[in-house]
Ligand binder design. Structure first.
Ligand code: C5P
Length: 421
């Protein structure tokens, strides 16, 4: 399960391909950028077309390829000024010596050099050339000029070159380039979220998944919780600008982007880590974990052997993690969950008070279409009295959408608080 695919679907990249054998790598680069969800338009110089055809890039990018400056038909489609405005980033890969020289000199005699002058957005270049051409004084002088002009230069790799030489000048692998582009946009988004997001700067701890209570070295007691809801909430909190720690029981889910994950197994360990997070600093605590209510009183040191028709195992009560955290002096804003099969709202409201929570989200797990292993959920949220907020129904939606609505509910409560408990 992944949370950040297509997150860049509103970001536009112009990939400019210039003349060099590394142009073949740019075809893969288009694929990788598309995999991250970027919109890609390719601009090619005449030199590039000696190495690879526009048709290849058209097929891979799903967009017409731009090659001419003074072509009325092409300009009528998307001219150089429009292209320059469309882009959020211009990536020149490979960037030839000639293109670098043109950029440095401010020439405007083809589509790419004109586009370079006409764009306000960041320009990145990935030079690729013979190692001697890279080392040439003119190239280095031009590169220095470009750096001074604000161009980001992606250093070439060292190694054996298509011409037989060994040295600096190889274009980095497409995967590396695409990842650098992704990281750039990710950091930019993050900076915005940290400043303006609904949970900007808040430190959030989330428990998720089941716990596993050992019986002996090979057996345990657990439950069917998948952790999907908690993981979706962690992703939504991070997107809202929070610093998120996810204390996860044993689940098979990918860690959401940007989230710090701490894996635990038992309820006692989950409580330990939760108390530790409180010491580290926590503003909001969200308990989505399906914590085992009981654990085995005495875990057998060795595997229990089959004997007799009955086996009795004594269980003792586990601590209530969310209630324990709510009793601490440095108490964060507390959010609990309640999964019920009947009298859903009554039981949930009771838990809100009994566990001293600020907010509780409850769902009816007797409904086959939502909850536990399902990808969908529907919930009702109750707030503690002092927030003077109405209960809120979250209609059936994907767990990601429910998570987003929960973030909004937490934000609203944090901003309505009259008197802390
Ligand atoms: O009492 P019940 O298990 O229904 O309460 C559910 C809420 O309490 C959830 O938020 C759950 O994560 C939390 N809980 C806990 N520690 C326990 C049991 C439940 O944090 N031992």
């Amino acid at each position: 399960m992944s949370f950040d695919l297509s997150v860049f679907s509103n970001k536009n990249i112009i990939l400019a391909v210039t003349g060099g054998i590394a142009a073949y790598k740019s075809a893969i680069l288009v694929r990788r950028l598309k995999d991250y969800g970027f919109n890609v338009r390719v601009v090619m110089t005449h030199g590039a077309q000696a190495f690879i055809t526009p048709l290849t890039f058209q097929a891979l990018s799903g967009n017409p390829v731009h090659t001419e400056l003074l072509n009325p038909e092409a300009e009528a489609g998307m001219g150089h000024i429009e292209l320059a405005r469309w882009a959020d980033l211009v990536l020149v890969a490979p960037a030839s010596c000639d293109t670098i020289a043109k950029f440095a000199a401010g020439l405007a005699d083809d589509l790419l050099s004109t586009l370079y002058l006409a764009t306000k957005v960041p320009v990145w270049i990935a030079p690729a050339m013979n190692q001697q051409m890279w080392a040439a004084k003119a190239t280095q002088r031009n590169l220095n000029t470009l750096v001074e002009d604000g161009v980001h230069v992606i250093m070439p790799d060292a190694g054996s070159q298509a011409c037989g030489d060994v040295g600096l000048g190889r274009m980095p692998e497409p995967e590396d380039l695409a990842e650098q582009v992704k990281d750039y946009f990710h950091q930019a988004q993050r900076a915005l979220a940290e400043k303006f997001g609904l949970l900007a700067g808040k430190r959030v701890t989330i428990t998720a998944g089941p716990t596993r209570e050992a019986i002996d070295p090979v057996r345990y007691i657990s439950n069917h919780s998948t952790g999907k809801m908690g993981f979706a909430i962690a992703a939504a909190c991070y997107t809202a600008g929070a610093k998120v720690t996810l204390i996860a029981g044993p689940v098979s889910l990918d860690t959401p982007n940007g989230v710090k994950r701490i894996n635990v197994s038992s309820a006692l360990k989950m409580l330990d880590e939760s108390l530790h997070q409180l010491e580290e600093g926590c503003d909001v605590f969200i308990a989505t974990a399906a914590v085992a209510d009981y654990r085995v009183a005495e875990v057998a040191e060795h595997k229990i052997k089959k004997a007799g028709d009955e086996l009795n195992i004594a269980l003792i009560k586990n601590p209530d993690i969310v209630a324990t955290i709510a009793q601490q002096e440095k108490r964060p804003f507390m959010v609990g969950f309640a999964a019920e099969t009947r009298n859903v709202e009554e039981y949930a409201a009771g838990k809100l008070v009994a566990k001293k929570l600020d907010m509780i989200a409850c769902n009816d797990v007797s409904r086959a279409d939502i909850g536990f292993a399902s990808d969908q959920n529907a919930m009702t949220v109750f707030f503690a009295d002092q927030y003077q907020l109405e209960k809120r129904d979250l209609e059936k939606a994907s767990k990601q959408e429910i998570a987003q609505q929960l973030v909004e509910a937490i934000h609203d409560a944090l901003n309505h608080e009259i008197e802390p408990v």
